[in-house]
Ligand binder design. Structure first.
Ligand code: MN3
Length: 376
């Protein structure tokens, strides 16, 4: 029997790559739902190819195939993700819009392939508790967390998680270069082709900070036992250290196809989209270095927020995102992103154990205040 899957965020970077994966292993999967924000043309093409029964769109628009049930907006997304027919839902939307549908899926006992950062950064405690209560598995799609997931056999014997970071376009540039960086230079990521917001986060290393917070929630590790190491080649996706000192790493040529596929086919490995075979000899050498916290202070701030817990990570995420948008609009400089995030963070009164409604309210409040700070 084919596994039934729904993809939310099907027209985005991860969503389109997931469909490439599923097209290749179509004997294993049936797509029963797709959701997209506003790219109706691409969604229509995806419907033609994959024949989902239900789709969801951000707002009203014409869907060519009249046999498809069409839902809209946040409510539609929640309905799509509550459908118990699903064996797994791939959450590939970016932003807080991914949070409520993920919770709906978990409450309905549906396993999650998670590519949405905000779910764990904003509501990690609630989401992991709900998953446990409903016996739901959360399979990470992000390459670093996928690697850790692949390296762990018995989690009780693992002593440390080691997350690799490519270091982004400014790794070997000076602080001065970073201060004067243009949007164009910042968006030139050396290894990965991703959306604009995450590419800026990769340049400041905030992306790595957020991944540390996600790893804490996904694997239940203390922040002191999660380490970030810079690895410019992005061949070692990430690693774990066992109690006896043995380190197991997962390696591959940089491609999102492997982590996406593993999240939906776990525990099976099937051929799928195989790029060329891995060659240690061709790669020849792998470099590693400590992250420079002076150049990339965001990582330290993320650790601090993670350790403080409660609403601290909501504040970090919201202030950073608003600052990144302002940078992309040429309103502020690259280094201002950290300065603004830090200022907002220091002014924030942490709320312990916020509810989902409180999480959204805090997120909104921080965003408004951050925009005010930027505009003054
Ligand atoms: Mn990543």
């Amino acid at each position: 029997m084919k596994k039934k899957i729904t993809i939310i965020g099907s027209t985005g970077s991860i969503g389109t790559q997931a469909l490439e994966v599923i097209e290749k292993i179509s004997d294993e999967f049936e797509i029963i739902g797709l959701a997209a924000g506003s790219n109706v043309d691409l969604l229509n093409k995806q419907i033609e190819k994959f024949h989902p029964k239900t789709v969801c769109l951000g707002k009203k628009a014409e869907i060519a195939d009249k046999s498809v049930k069409v839902l809209y907006g946040d409510e539609g997304l929640e309905e799509l993700c509550s459908n118990k027919e699903n064996d797994i839902i791939l959450v590939a939307v970016s932003g807080k819009i991914g949070l409520r549908p993920t919770i709906s899926a978990i409450k309905n006992g549906i396993n999650i392939a998670l590519a949405n950062k905000e779910t764990l950064v904003m509501a990690g405690d609630i989401v992991t508790k709900l998953a446990k209560e409903n016996n739901v598995k959360i399979f990470p799609v992000d390459s670093e967390h996928s690697a850790i997931h692949q390296c762990i056999k018995d989690i009780s014997q693992v002593s440390k998680l080691i997350i690799t970071a490519s270091g982004g376009p400014f790794l070997h540039k000076t602080v001065e270069d970073m201060k004067n960086a243009t949007v164009e230079q910042t968006l030139k990521h050396p290894r990965w082709n991703m959306g604009r917001k995450i590419t800026v986060d990769s340049a400041t290393l905030m992306n790595k900070g957020l991944e540390v917070i996600e790893a804490h929630h996904l694997f239940g590790f203390d922040y002191d036992n999660i380490e970030v190491v810079v690895h410019p080649q992005s061949i070692v996706y990430s690693a774990v250290e066992y109690a006896d000192g043995s380190v197991i790493a997962q390696l591959g040529l940089p491609s999102m196809h492997i982590p996406i596929q593993y999240a939906i086919t776990y525990p099976n490995r099937i051929e799928g989209i195989k790029s060329k075979s891995f060659s240690f000899a061709e790669i020849a050498h792998l470099d590693f270095e400590k992250p420079d916290f002076e150049k990339f202070p965001t990582v330290k701030l993320a650790y601090q927020a993670g350790k403080e817990g409660g609403s601290a990570t909501i504040c970090l995420n919201a202030a950073n995102e608003e600052a990144v948008f302002a940078f992309l609009d040429n309103k502020i400089k690259l280094f201002d992103i950290y300065a603004i995030t830090k200022k907002m963070y220091n002014a924030h009164n942490i709320v312990k154990n916020p509810s989902i409604d409180e999480i959204f309210a805090i997120d909104e409040e921080i965003r408004i205040k951050t925009r005010e700070l930027i505009n003054n």
